[in-house]
Design a protein around this ligand. Sequence first.
Ligand code: RNT
Ligand code: ZN
Length: 414
Amino acid sequence: MNAYDLAKEQYAGIGIDTEKALNDLLSTPISMHCWQGDDVIGFDHDGGLSGGIQTTGNYPGKARTPEELMADLDLAFSLIGGKKKLNLHANYAIFEKGEFVDRDRIEPKHFRKWVEFAKERGMGIDFNPTLFSHEMAADSLTLSSPDEKVRRFWIDHVKCCIRISQYFAEETGIPCVMNIWMPDGYKDVPADRLGPRMRLKAALDDILSIPYDREKVYVTLESKVFGIGLESFTVCSAEFALNYAAKAGIVPLMDNGHYHPTEVVSEKISSMLAFYPKLGLHITRSVRWDSDHVVRLDDETKEIAKEIVASGRISDIAIALDYFDASINRVAAWVIGMRSLQKALLIAMLTPHAEFTKLQNEGNFTKLMALQEELKSFPSGAVWAEFCRRSGVPADAKWFDTIEKYEKEVLSKR
Ligand code: RNT
Ligand code: ZN
């Protein structure tokens, strides 16, 4: 018997069908963020990253052009099993030579090359308006700015993005999740908190007043607790985002780097599912602050995965990665994060949630703890290897050889 067959038998002993787990994982789409490939810079401006977010490190080889980014994405995709979606930001528009249009005027045609890329690979596309790294967002105020001109510019930008999102959905045949995140906030204690929030509310209402197909475009709204240089106040706080999403009938999005350090998103998912038909997640790893470290197979990632799977609502949850590490090989950073999250989901899919729930309801917490701990040494690694085999990707660290070769032959020459 090979390792997978042995594992299959052992899991069957606790009522777990490994074939079902494998099929579930194979059909769970994870949205991979293009912005890990070039430190969130994109192709529509010359300046650096702003908006209270930060990449650190200067590892050589970052993608400088659409072609380089696509090649890097392809290499990463070739080492990641299962179903993927491509997550784009508006600043990754691809203009013709000599062409430039500002963000309040971008159109589907500026993303045609990305649509071709996604279609050739049988993938859907998710999208994000880019409300940072731009002269109109120089002071990190966009949709809540007191300056009407600035607000108008960004309202128009997000409207363009809704139209582009619908184009993605229509072209790929897969709904597009369009996530609105803006940096808006203040470094120091604001004199007026309500004003900015009322302006943001009105701006979002204006944006959502355009006609679009809600079956094709899922608009999500991401909250945040603070940004760098914006430590005292964030307009789109958790309470603002949740209340707005509930009232407007859009989808709330939680990024697990966006809460106070002792809060965990794993604890929040079920409360959200109790009230919303859909939920968006940005999976990241925050170390002491919203540092956007590469996702690893750590306790919180596993607990988030457990909550997603145990809810029985995985298809209602749009799962995306969101981190940016410039201190290690950027292609490897994608692969490590994607594979780690998939491992976490697989472990959750190999857990007898119904039986554990029964023990909880019977008040048998001793047996529950005993079984939960025993399960930790079950052979999930053998099932992971089978997942990789069925996906046609390397099952172990051998994938790293491909990265080393690519670094030597391609990245180091940039
Ligand atoms: C920032 C948010 C947001 C961004 C991306 C690039 O704190 O997490 O999701 O990371 O839009
Ligand atoms: Zn995020």
